[in-house]
Write a protein that binds this ligand. Structure first.
Ligand SMILES: Nc1ncnc2c1ncn2[C@@H]1O[C@H](COP(=O)(O)OP(=O)(O)OP(=O)(O)O)[C@@H](O)[C@H]1O
Ligand SMILES: [Mg+2]
Length: 328
């Protein structure tokens, strides 16, 4: 049985389609990444799966429970970290989680221990009695994950868990998230628009303008791009080019001061080239395709372009505001 099953899911807001005939399955015990730019329909899909919102068409089930017909069973079996923070700033970390445990009816005899275990798992035990307002952004996000673990859900939804965190905090949070499927026998459904983060997922779906545009394991999606690209500089590039073409029977060419060629077998072809060209190789580098390249290939634009656009729009609005102020 799939941990999550979605069939023809569709949601409109005021006639505008936010999610359009979306289909996917999530296998139990895996990390599933739901990727897409701003406004793609990620949070709307999560809201439907978590029963916070109904769909206009299609069906969805979580842990075998139908999201529209058995919402209470769905809710009992899931944990969620919302895109927007929801901790109470004036309570301590421990109090925030204890309150959650109480709401989820974690039995009284194990409540305190369960809360402590969750805080310890996420690495914040030393700070458990500090008020949330004294926490950094990364610590708050980690604590939100800990809170979602308190009632030991079978499926954990993480909506942009690392948004706005610095690279170090993002890496730290990921260390904890990656351990969850194995240590807690959990399925993770996460959204992100940091494509590089999705590399840790077992499977991903890329959503754009409400529709799924690609799905598969990260390696499968990247293999659509024709493999890695090798860049090589030799003492005599022309001579080396001829040797590489003979050796590998591939379309290599000289671009600038480098020999460039695509390969699906970089693991074997690079040692072969070095054996053949020997000391005449001055440098060799390999560029592996990223999920960002996959998005670019399918849509013709960068996944972050919407952010760039909104930044440009914001700057333009500020300039217009200043022009108006200058005139007054
Ligand atoms: N409650 C709502 N009322 C009207 N429109 C909505 C509502 N919620 C979402 N939308 C619209 O639905 C579309 C999808 O929004 P959604 O929040 O699902 O995107 P997202 O992929 O989560 O984006 P982000 O990366 O910015 O969080 C957007 O066009 C958004 O404006
Ligand atoms: Mg969202």
């Amino acid at each position: 049985m799939s941990a999550i099953s979605v069939n023809g899911l569709t949601k409109k807001f005021n006639g505008n389609v936010a999610v359009k005939e979306v289909n996917f399955e999530v296998k139990p015990g895996t990390i599933f990444g739901f990727l897409g730019p701003n406004g793609a329909g990620k949070t709307t899909t999560i809201n439907i799966l978590c029963t916070l919102m109904g769909a206009d068409a299609g069906s969805a089930s979580v842990n075998g429970y139908d999201c529209s017909k058995e919402p209470d069973d769905v809710r009992r079996s899931i944990g969620i970290v919302f895109q927007d923070p929801t901790l109470d700033k004036d309570l301590t970390a421990y109090e925030n989680l204890l309150y959650h445990a109480y709401l989820y009816r974690v039995p009284k005899p194990v409540r305190r221990r369960t809360v402590e275990d969750a805080i310890r798992f996420i690495g914040l035990y030393e700070r458990k009695d500090d008020l949330i307002k004294t926490y950094s952004g990364g610590m708050k996000r980690r604590l939100e994950v800990a809170r979602a673990l308190v009632h030991q859900p079978k499926v954990l939804f993480l909506d942009e868990p690392t948004l706005g965190l610095d690279p170090q905090s993002r890496a730290g949070l990921w260390t904890y998230i990656r351990r969850l499927p194995e240590t807690m026998d959990m399925t993770i459904f996460m959204t992100t628009h940091y494509m590089e983060e999705a590399e840790v997922c077992d499977d991903i779906c890329i959503i754009d303008h409400g529709s799924i545009i690609a799905k598969g394991a990260p390696s499968e999606l990247k293999s659509m791009l024709g493999g890695d690209v090798v860049y090589l500089i030799a003492d005599d590039n022309k001579k080396a080019l001829g040797m590489i073409r003979d050796l590998l029977d591939i379309e290599a060419e000289i671009k600038g001061d480098e020999i460039v060629f695509p390969t699906k077998k970089s693991d074997t072809c690079i040692p072969e080239i070095i054996r053949t060209l020997g000391d005449s190789v001055r440098s060799i580098r390999l560029q592996r395709p990223t999920l960002n390249d996959v998005f670019l290939k399918i849509t013709g634009r960068e996944i972050r372009s919407e952010h760039a656009d909104s930044g440009d729009q914001l700057r333009e609005n500020i300039r217009a505001y200043r022009r108006r102020s200058d005139r007054q």
